[in-house]
Design a protein around this ligand. Structure first.
Ligand code: ATR
Length: 276
């Protein structure tokens, strides 16, 4: 996706991928020279570690507590979090959803949930219900975010058949940020019986997972008549934002989208090949 974008704007650059152990990651980060590197992405599990290896943080990265993109600004390394933009842009562009005055149910309370909660809060959500298997983690996010976004109604709840019903009934948007769904055999964090029928109110269900077209979570929501969106758009738009931070140029979004879809198709074919 990034290299297709560079090519389209005639930028001579490569996007290389490295899988590093933590000691190797720390050594490499310290040695990075701005002469050869204009920027880079950091992904799981080093998004938090990266916070202390940059000269500056954007407000989003600081509050979300994670860096996924590093770029140069006035001879300094700046840590940004483009997942927030990626999620919000995908909501708007792919699903036509604008969070102003809406009620939202976010499943999960990890790093991805913080990016989603930040984006929704910043864009004027009325209420955000954070539901997690471990209630205390949801409570921490609700407390912290209430201090910054005093106009949003934050509530922390457990993902259970007892707690969910009154909150899901009110929600316009339900987002799965948990890692349940990453594997083909995974169940959904939300039992299908807890999803009200769309005839009462048609909701938008979003899963951040992108490498599978439809997780069990989305398939369940679709069966109840709701609108659904997977994480592919978020992946594209976080990359678009990173591209613009690195190059200072408008990203060729269509070219990047095409390359991304082709690569993901190729990954599926490779996986099938490996299983044989
Ligand atoms: P990420 O950065 O992708 O958000 P994370 O910080 O490790 O990853 O958070 C993972 C989230 O998925 C957590 O909310 C976790 O719930 P707990 O806080 O209770 O651990 C949630 N999660 C992971 N596996 C889960 C499962 N089997 N059922 C429900 N929630 C799960």
């Amino acid at each position: 996706m990034q290299e297709a974008g560079f090519q389209a704007i005639n930028k001579k650059a490569v996007y290389a991928v490295f899988e590093l152990s933590l000691p190797a990651f720390k050594r490499t980060i310290k040695k990075i020279s701005p002469e050869i590197l204009r920027g880079f992405n950091v992904t799981v599990p080093y998004k938090q570690t990266m916070l202390s290896y940059v000269n500056e943080l954007t407000e989003e990265a600081r509050f979300v507590g994670a860096v996924n993109t590093v770029f140069r600004k006035r001879n300094r390394w700046v840590g940004a979090n483009t997942d927030v933009f990626g999620f919000m842009q995908s909501l708007k562009k792919e699903a036509g959803f604008s969070p102003g005055n809406k009620k939202n149910l976010v499943l999960g309370a990890g790093g991805a949930a913080r990016a989603v909660v930040y984006g929704l809060s910043k864009e004027g959500a009325q209420a955000i219900f954070i539901a997690n298997r471990t209630l205390s983690k949801a409570q921490i996010i609700a407390k912290e975010f209430s201090r910054k976004f005093s106009r949003v109604d934050f509530q922390a709840i457990e993902i259970s058949s007892k707690s969910i019903p009154p909150f899901i009934a009110q929600a316009d948007l339900v987002v799965n940020t948990t890692s349940l769904g990453l594997h083909e055999t995974d169940s959904s964090p939300l039992a299908e019986t807890l999803i009200p029928k769309a005839s009462l109110q048609r909701k938008l269900f979003v899963d951040l997972i992108y490498h599978r077209n439809k997780t069990t979570f989305l398939a369940n929501a679709e069966r109840q008549g709701h609108k659904t969106l997977n994480g592919l758009g978020m992946l594209l738009w976080q990359g678009v934002k990173a591209f613009e931070l690195w190059t200072g140029k408008a990203a060729p979004v269509k070219v990047m989208q095409k390359a991304l879809i082709e690569q993901l198709k190729q990954n599926v074919l490779n996986q099938k090949g490996n299983k044989k």
